[in-house]
Write a protein that binds this ligand. Structure first.
Ligand code: SER
Length: 870
């Protein structure tokens, strides 16, 4: 039975029994109680807890990930036939509908019916407290008492943290004597011969994060999970999960790249399993939008990826592996999971880039680690693990892994202390710059009411006047102060959008509003009083500067459109990581693994501007978080910040985001989006900057003016600027060449003049002369003469506007006998009023006293003669 047959048979078995077939949810849960979908029930958890379920019965094949969170099998991978980081789980669910008898019956019927497993080979376990389940197995199914074991915590299932939970009954298959001797207690002694294939959980309780039972579920239910790869290994009658058709092609490709063999020694088999498992996780995580990073899910992805690369390098593999394996994974799963096919390009590029990046530091890190392991007496210091982490990007687990192979432990508390210290340091740094933002108000005020979605003006009242966030009785003319209004149309800075500006007009006084922001739930306006005075209780009219607001709205809607267009052209992995929206200007940070080419940037700019021209409507409305995210598919990147009621902003029919900001009503109002450029702001993090409306136009015009000015200087028309500059550069290059040729000729002529003047001095020869060349040319001449003569010292001098220069060069044979031209120049330097420096074979002296040049040259020549004759 091929994998696809198993998936189909499972789902149709339950569909025939009135189960709604539900597609796999993303690996990233909609509400962040767990890091990843660790089981099929994660997407249904709210139904167990009481939210109305659209259907009382469901069945699914869910993508699961058990790494990094509370349920974590990462370290088991490779060491057992049945553990994975990524795996598929088939499950059937009842939300307050059927309970134990049906759940047990369904599982039994599927296994012994369509799956054709011999009933005699089935074993089960039941919770110690659960007589009812044991009775069902014995009396309704007819299973022998000897095949039923009763266990305690092994038969109680929870998500690892807070959520629904309950006792369970696990089903095991005896794979027969090929997998080891029969055991009296079956699965209790041997997971190889008796693997667990299915877990039936009788959801009954809720628990808190620490695992304490906190109550009974109003609606008891069923959550079952059939380990897909395990079932496949049984049905395909192959020894391990890694021999099933969801692994073999990946394993084979890994064999080709690494040279390890599936039937080779234990270590080779382990390597292949780890690589194949990790390539699957990598593929599915990226397909669901996770990018390698230094925290959260992105860090788990990075750890998995780096673990695979490290294992391969330690085994002596030098070729890149991951991208190749991911390609196989995409081919294998692309039809069952369309997101994998859709994100193929990102998956392969991320795998390849991350491997390259890590490989660069891996070798250096590994050799440091190996050296430290030689001297570590049983424990590797935490500081070393920290350095490997900080400098070489080694996740702690990798260091631990490698150390373990040498029988050495890592001092984990030491590592954590070093990490903490670093975190404190960086927190102190950020804090220092932001002290003003953490102060709180000293009076109690009702929470802010923002009325600026409806209009830009409001009749309202001053609730408080503050100075540096402390209540004062009034603000007089000429003073800056902060105001809190009863209701305010001024948008307080938030969601990247800057705060509104505008005016306050009251009976007693008026003010300019410079800024608006939230403090402790209250909207605080920074104002300058322009006439009279403002005090609590004043009735005032609040007026938002319409141009400022309109500019911010243009930029804000453009930001949503940019986000959409980036995802459209680069892939769904693009996620907003931050933004700044000001009147006429925006900055957008997002996750992506490589720089954008000028062509890509131009295409993105064009796509946005086309959508501006389309003049689509922009709508906003409030709704429940769940409706927004699940039914409308609104993009939501900062989920933890949102309460139950959220605001959705829709642009045309293509962009839908949770957003608290203000927007234009039609995209045509944006006028123009001018993309200024793009760059990296961190690992896998990019930033695009753009201008909107007339700000964009002004920028373009300024560039055009620059180009016109340059064209004028180059004496060409603006259209011919590039070719004009090219011509100028070509002329410059020719001139440069001509100058160089002249210089060569000058040197050559001087050399020819000087060679005949060489005279014998002691054991060598001496050339010394006063010349007219400048110091640079003089040096070249000295070196060329020296290179033409054996055992010679050359001393040349010239005087010019900058002063007097002398250069001295000597043949290598003389230098090797101890001659040093710096010593020869030293007495000469005094005559020109300067110093000497350089190397033993080539040195120079310079000074302001040009009148002393002849004496200096004579002194140097005398010194050289003395040395050569000694
Ligand atoms: N949630 C249970 C498990 O993961 C059954 O689906 O084992």
């Amino acid at each position: 039975m091929r994998a696809e047959d198993i998936r189909r048979n499972f789902l149709s078995f339950f569909a025939e029994r009135q189960h709604q077939v539900v597609p796999s949810a993303s690996l990233i849960p909609a509400d962040a109680t767990v890091m990843f979908a660790v089981a099929g029930m994660v997407q249904f958890a709210p139904y167990f807890l009481g939210s109305p379920a659209p259907h009382p019965r469901a069945a699914s094949i869910q993508k699961c990930m058990r790494a990094g969170g509370k349920l974590n099998d990462l370290e088991e991978v490779g060491h057992t036939p049945i553990h994975h980081t990524f795996f598929e789980m088939a499950g059937n669910f009842s939300f307050g509908d059927y309970f134990k008898p049906d759940a047990i019956r369904f599982a039994w019927d599927l296994l012994t019916g369509p799956f054709g497993i011999d009933p005699d080979r089935i074993w089960v376990t039941v919770h110690v407290s659960d007589d009812e389940a044991e009775q069902i197995w014995r009396e309704q199914i007819g299973l022998a008492a000897a095949k039923i074991n009763r266990l305690d915590k092994e038969n109680f299932w929870s998500m690892g943290g807070a959520g629904p939970c309950g006792p369970s009954s696990e089903i095991f298959v005896d794979r027969g004597p090929d997998y080891g001797p029969a055991r009296e207690q079956g699965p209790l002694d041997d997971e190889r011969r008796y693997p667990e294939v299915w877990n039936l959980v009788f959801m009954q309780y809720t628990q808190d994060d620490d695992g304490n039972i906190t109550g009974e579920l109003a609606r008891k239910g069923i959550d079952t999970g059939m380990g897909f790869e395990r079932m496949a290994s049984v049905l395909q009658d192959v020894p391990t999960n890694y021999d099933t058709d969801v692994f073999v092609p990946i394993m084979q490709r890994a064999e080709q790249i690494t040279g390890a063999r599936r039937d080779g020694p234990e270590a080779e088999q382990r390597l292949l399993k780890i690589l194949s498992d990790h390539a699957r996780s990598l593929t599915f995580l990226v397909a669901d939008g996770v990018m390698p990073s230094n925290e959260g899910r992105g860090y788990v992805l990075r750890r998995i990826l780096r673990r695979a690369v490290t294992k391969a390098r330690l085994a002596g593999v030098t070729d890149p592996v991951l991208a190749e394996l991911c390609k196989v994974v995409v081919d294998l799963f692309g039809s069952a999971y369309p997101e994998v096919m859709r994100e193929r390009r990102s998956i392969v590029e991320i795998a390849s880039l991350e491997e390259q990046r890590f490989a660069r530091t891996l070798e250096a890190g590994l050799s440091l680690l190996q050296a430290e392991l030689q001297t570590a007496g049983g424990v590797l210091p935490g500081q070393v693990a920290f350095r490997l982490h900080d400098t070489y990007g080694f996740p702690l687990e990798i260091t631990q892994d490698v150390a373990k192979d040498h029988g050495i432990e890592v001092d984990q508390p030491g590592f954590e202390a070093a990490m903490l210290e670093q975190r404190e340091r960086s927190r102190a740094d950020t804090h220092a710059g932001k002290a003003g933002d953490v102060r709180t108000l000293d009076i109690d005020l009702p929470p802010a009411e923002f009325v600026g979605f409806e209009g830009l003006e409001a009749d309202t009242r001053v609730l408080a006047v503050l100075q540096d966030l402390r209540a004062v009785s009034a603000a007089p003319e000429g003073q800056e102060a902060e105001l809190v209004l009863d209701a305010t149309p001024f948008y307080p800075e938030g969601g990247g959008q800057v705060g509104d500006r505008g005016w306050i007009q009251g009976g007693e006084g008026s003010a300019d509003v410079l800024d608006s922001r939230r403090h402790a739930g209250v909207i605080v306006l920074r104002v300058r009083v322009t006439s009279g005075r403002l005090q609590p209780g004043d009735d005032v009219r609040a007026i938002v500067d319409p141009r400022h607001r309109a500019g911010a709205e243009q930029a804000h809607t453009a930001t949503h459109m940019l986000h959409h267009v980036l995802r459209e052209s680069l892939g769904e992995h693009v996620r907003q990581m931050g933004s700044l929206v000001e009147p006429g200007r925006l900055r957008f940070d997002f996750s992506h693994f490589s720089g954008l080419t000028p062509d890509q940037l131009a295409e993105i700019e064009e796509l946005i501007n086309t959508r501006v021209e389309d003049d689509d409507g922009v709508r906003w409305f409030e709704t429940g978080y769940r409706e927004a995210v699940e039914e409308l598919g609104a993009m939501h990147f900062f989920e933890e910040k949102y309460g139950d009621v959220v605001r959705v902003v829709e642009v045309g029919d293509y962009s839908r985001e949770l957003c608290g900001g203000t927007h234009v009503r039609q995209t045509g109002r944006i006028g123009l989006v001018k993309v200024l450029g793009e760059g990296s702001i961190g690992s896998n993090l990019r930033r695009v900057q753009a201008l909107t409306g007339t700000d964009g136009l002004r920028w373009v015009n300024e560039r055009l003016r620059q180009a016109e000015r340059a064209a004028e200087l180059a004496r060409v028309s603006p259209e011919q600027l590039a070719s004009g500059v090219e011509r100028l550069l070509a002329t410059q290059k020719d001139l440069q060449k001509a100058l160089e040729a002249q210089e060569r000729d000058r040197v050559q002529a001087a050399v020819e003049q000087l060679i005949p003047t060489a005279r014998t001095a002691g054991s060598g020869r001496l050339v010394s002369a006063r010349r007219s060349e400048d110091s640079g040319t003089l040096r070249k001449v000295a070196v060329a003469v020296r290179d033409r003569l054996d055992r010679c010292v050359v001393i040349l001098g010239s005087a010019g506007e900058g002063g007097a220069n002398i250069v001295a060069a000597a043949s290598p044979s003389l230098v090797s006998e101890g001659l040093d031209v710096r010593a020869i120049l030293r007495p000469a330097a005094a005559h020109i009023g300067g110093g000497a420096g350089g190397k033993e074979n080539l040195a120079s002296a310079g000074g302001r006293n040009t009148a002393g040049l002849d004496e200096a040259l004579a002194a140097a020549a005398a010194e050289a003669e003395g040395v050569l004759s000694a």
